[in-house]
Each structure stands twice: as C-alpha cells, then as structure tokens.
Design a protein around this ligand. Structure first.
Ligand code: BTN
Length: 248
C-alpha cells in the first residue's frame, strides 16, 4: 500500500481525492497528515486536528460495486477501525464500539469518526474514507459535545500508555485492517452481521433528530441490510431512519 505523509494539509480527504483523480494512484493508497488546518467532520462540522494530537488519514477506494452497495462502505470502515483498535495492546480489555452510523466510542465517549466521500470526475470514480482518531489530544483541544463527549486515548488511558504510540505505525495498522475489510466486502457484499457486534445502541432507548421525520423516539433495534437504523416506537411500529443525529 502506498502511503503519503504530510506535515500539514487543509484536509487529508481533499488531498486523497486529488490523488485519486490521478489515475495512476493505486487503490488503498492512503494519506496521513500531522495536522489539518481545515479538518472536516460529518454534517458540516469541523474536526479538531491539532498537530500531533491525533491520527488524520484518508484511504482511496475504487470500488466496482453497484450504487446501492456504496453507502455500506462507511459501516465497513467502522468495523475495520474497531477491529484494529481492539487489537492494540494499549486498549487491551477496553472494548470500543460504534454508535450508528459511524462514531467510534470508548467508555461512552467519542474517540474517532469516519467521513466517507464519493467523487466522480470524468472516468475517475473514487470513494475516500477519512478517519480521525483522537490520540494525544487534551480535553481542551477537543470540541465540547453534550452527548457522547469527545475523548482521546490520552484522556482514557493516561500519559504512560499513549507515550509510546507512534502515529505512522497506527496508520499502517489501520490501513491493513481497512484494506482487508474492504476486499472482503467487495466479494461478500455483507457487513451487517459483523457491524452488529459493535452496535452500542441496540436495545437502548434513544431519541433521534431526523431531516425528514423530525424527532423519533424508541428502542434501537439494529440496522437494515442497507445500513439504516431501525427503531421500534412506543406503539410497537418499526421506524427506518436513513439519516439523523442522536439527541438522547
Ligand atoms: C465525524 O464527524 O465523526 C467524522 C470525522 C472525520 C475526520 C477525518 S480526519 C481525516 C479526514 N480528513 C478530514 O478532513 N476529515 C476526515
């Protein structure tokens, strides 16, 4: 896998997109930056990306998949991240999980996020999978979040455990796990059962603010094969949620 390292970039997703449109850049190449000056999160949020405080990386995919199988790539990335994180010696005994659709939580707090972006330019089709992991960030360097507050490996595990973490090695570990998982998904088209092992919301009461149906409340009941969230409301009816933010 080809890796591109930068000291500073506006956003690794933007650089990966630029490289993806040079058709000679192989699939699974990835971009890592020590800092981002315009790190982007989901829903138009920014992603706090101070120098040396986190891992900021983006991988280039060129999936030959039908359109309806593309949205699940973000779930695949979530599973790959959880697997790689759970295998880290520093995290032994501290299980990470996923809050739908793709927030990676540790001890109920948000440790990492995934931003997938697709792009079509002439003959070049690419999906960029951007990963942000808070490694050595202090609480002051992270945004204040009311629900599922942001955290880092430093905050959760302490200085002694994170001292030895090297972001380039971490990036390689994630890249291997991501590539394996994407290749498997390209051939099986199946991710829901593995994703469900990391589902932190299942069987819990939640409230979600959705763009089309307003606030929906009920018990989370897993995801559909298309990666939508299923909620059983007070009347016992199933509600399928395609997008939204959990507010409780
Ligand atoms: C989220 O909002 O949870 C997704 C955050 C994704 C952040 C990463 S950091 C590397 C890549 N480059 C960006 O600008 N964003 C993603």
């Amino acid at each position: 896998m080809q890796a591109y390292y930068f000291k500073s970039l506006p956003s690794t997703n933007d650089k990966a997109m630029e490289l993806a449109h040079q058709l000679t850049t192989p699939e699974f190449s990835y971009v890592v930056a020590e800092e981002q000056t315009n790190g982007r999160g989901r829903n138009g949020n920014s992603w706090s990306s101070a120098s040396g405080a986190g891992l900021y990386m983006s991988m280039i995919l060129r999936p030959e998949l039908p359109m309806e199988l593309l949205p699940q790539l973000t779930l695949v990335a979530g599973v790959a991240m959880c697997e790689a994180l759970n295998a880290l010696p520093v995290l032994a005994g501290n299980n990470v999980g996923i809050k739908w659709p793709n927030d990676i939580l540790l001890n109920g707090r948000k440790l990492a996020g995934i931003l997938c972006e697709a792009s079509l330019q002439g003959d070049s089709k690419a999906v960029i999978v951007g990963i942000g992991l808070n490694v050595k960030a202090s609480q002051e360097q992270l945004p204040a979040r009311v629900i599922y507050p942001a955290t880092s490996l430093l905050i959760e595990l302490g200085e002694a455990s994170v001292k030895a973490i090297d972001t380039a090695t971490l990036a390689e570990t994630f890249a291997v796990s991501l590539k394996q998982r994407f290749l498997r998904y390209y051939s099986t088209h199946e991710i829901v059962s593995d994703w469900s092992k990391y589902d932190l919301l299942v069987d819990t009461q939640i409230k979600i603010d959705t763009p089309d149906a307003g606030v929906v409340e009920g018990v989370a009941a897993g995801i559909t094969s298309a990666g939508e969230l299923v909620i059983v409301d007070a009347a016992g009816d199933k509600q399928i949620i395609t997008a939204g933010s959990i507010i409780k």
